[in-house]
Structures are given as C-alpha cells and as structure tokens.
Design a protein around this ligand. Structure first.
Ligand SMILES: C[S@@+](CC[C@H](N)C(=O)[O-])C[C@H]1O[C@@H](n2cnc3c(N)ncnc32)[C@H](O)[C@@H]1O
Length: 287
C-alpha cells in the first residue's frame, strides 16, 4: 500500500508546504551518537529512506560529505530535487526494503516519519547490510501534541496527542489504524524490533509552529492515513456504494480545533495558533 501513497502531485505539494521541519537538536543528537570520537569532522555518508521532499535531509546534510536520500514515490523525489539547496545531496527513487546502496558504506541510515510504512524486518536487514560496522541507524518522527490560541494560550488542547490520534482514527478502515498507533507509540514496535544490543531513544525535543487553520487543513491533507481514507472512499464511489458528494464524511481537523478552542470566526486567516509537535528519536549501532 505504501507504494501508492504520496504519489499525486497535489498531496506531495501539500506535504512540502505544510509538514513541519525537524529541529536541529534532532540531527545533533543523532550525530553525537554516530560519531565515534570527539572530532567535529564531517561523516562520510548518510543514506535516507522515505525522505519525502527532504524535511529531515536538510537538517542532517551539514554533518556529512555526501548524502543520498531516497523515497519510493517519484513525485516526492521530484519535489525534493526541485527544492535541493545542497551540492553534496542527491535524491533518487528507492525502497527501504531493497536499498540501492552498497554493503558497509553508510555512517548513518536515516528514516524520518516513514518507518511505519515499511516492511520492518526487511528494512532492518537492509540497514544492517548498508551500514558500516558500528554505523548508526536513526529512526525519527513526531506527532502533534498540542494546539493553543496565540492570543489566549489558556485556550489549548493538549492531551499528549491522543485527541489528535483519535481524530486520525476517524479515517479508520483496514490497514490505516496501526500506522497511526505506531507513530503515537513513538515507534515502540520499531525500537523493540531492532535486534542489535546497543540502542537508545530520546523523546523530549519539540517543534513549535505558528499556524493558521488553513495550515491545519494542509497538514491533515498531507497525511498518508488521510489519503488512504480518501482513496478508499473513492473506490466506494466507483462501486456505487456512496455518492461522490460523500467522499469526505469525517469532520475536518480544523473544524474540530475550532470547536475545541471555541473559536467563533468566519475569518479563518485571522486565527493564529501555536502548534507543538513532540519529536522522538531512536538510534542504534550496527554490529
Ligand atoms: C510521512 S512521509 C515522511 C517524509 C519525510 N521523511 C518527513 O520526515 O517528513 C513518509 C514517506 O515514506 C515514503 N515511503 C513509504 N513507504 C516507503 C518504502 N517502503 N520505501 C521508501 N519510502 C517509502 C512515502 O512515499 C513518503 O514520502
């Protein structure tokens, strides 16, 4: 299923525009783990799988002599190439289950908010093959933790993301729910599946963003689980089970936030919100 995601141009543009960028702290944390000495020298090679349009690639790039970032979606790769500002970074299509890299070549293998779409055993086998001995596997991600009104911070919803999670589950049908839960659990399943003795996690960095209601809608549209839901509903339109006007029957996230924060305005552009995403990092050392 993951191979069909993020392929259409509109969703990929939405992704590019509305997904938050990771904090530099995340890259620094991973690099501190990956470096085997105190030196500040650049590491040779990072390879990335599920790079999207390069959100995480950009914050890791300064620490490497060479970066090759891959994604299974050609559309995501095209957006990444268009936005590429680095001479030493290249983007290409490729799958996490069969990485287009030679054995024992990478200092870091990175997956940013993509591991929940992978075949985990195949991904971990490939990471071990591609990493130099002692190289670092980094699996990172984030989820929306709270949204508050900037003018009135007391008006906030923050419940460790479970309201957001519950919202995502409203797109539920076979195959969608577990993806959301993997992210909400901060990839506990991925951490457990890593078979190497040296591994650790860090969950305390946050991304803060000033947001409009339109940004919330954009983020929601960019979610793989939302796209899955829409695709699933469009199939029902084709088979005559529902009418075209009923494709999106879930309440949009922006309307939920409006209700929760009791925002009563028709001028949605005037509403500014502070969104906080919780970042999480898993690192492990290849044997
Ligand atoms: C939620 S996006 C994350 C993008 C970006 N890394 C970020 O942090 O925002 C997940 C990405 O994983 C890609 N993807 C899904 N399954 C994949 C697979 N098996 N191999 C490689 N990429 C995959 C999707 O095309 C999508 O671009």
């Amino acid at each position: 299923m993951s191979e069909q995601l993020f392929h259409d141009n509109e969703t990929s543009s939405c992704y590019d525009r509305y997904r938050p960028e990771y904090t530099d702290d995340v890259a620094q944390y991973v690099i501190n783990y990956a470096r085997k000495s105190q030196s500040n020298d650049k590491l040779d090679l990072m390879v990335e799988v599920g790079c999207g349009s390069g959100q995480a690639t950009n914050i890791f790039a300064p620490f490497f002599k060479k970066v090759i970032a891959t994604d299974v979606s050609p559309t995501q790769v095209r957006h990444a190439v268009e936005g590429n500002k680095w001479d030493h970074v290249t983007y290409q299509t490729g799958s996490s289950e069969k990485m287009p890299f030679q054995d024992s070549t990478a200092d870091v293998v990175l997956s940013a908010l993509s591991a929940h779409w992978f075949d985990l055993p195949k991904f971990l086998t490939e990471a071990e093959r591609v990493l130099k001995p002692g190289g670092c596997l980094a699996v990172i991600g984030y989820f929306l933790q709270s949204v508050a009104l900037i003018d009135n911070p007391a008006k906030m919803f923050s419940d460790d993301g479970s309201l957001f999670l519950n919202h995502l589950l409203s797109f539920n049908f076979d195959g969608n729910a577990s993806k959301t839960v993997d992210v909400k659990n901060k990839y506990a399943n991925v951490f457990q599946a890593i078979p190497w003795p040296e591994k650790q996690r860090y969950d305390d960095f946050c991304i803060e963003r000033d947001w409009s209601l339109k940004d919330i809608e954009g983020l929601e549209t960019s979610l793989g689980t939302f796209q899955n839901y829409v695709r699933h509903r469009l199939e029902k339109v084709k088979s005559g089970e529902i009418m075209e006007s009923k494709v999106i029957e879930v309440e949009r996230l922006k309307d939920k936030v409006k209700k929760l924060l009791q925002i009563e305005t028709d001028d949605e552009d005037k509403v500014t919100l502070k969104a906080v995403f919780n970042e999480f990092i898993l690192v492990a050392r290849a044997p």
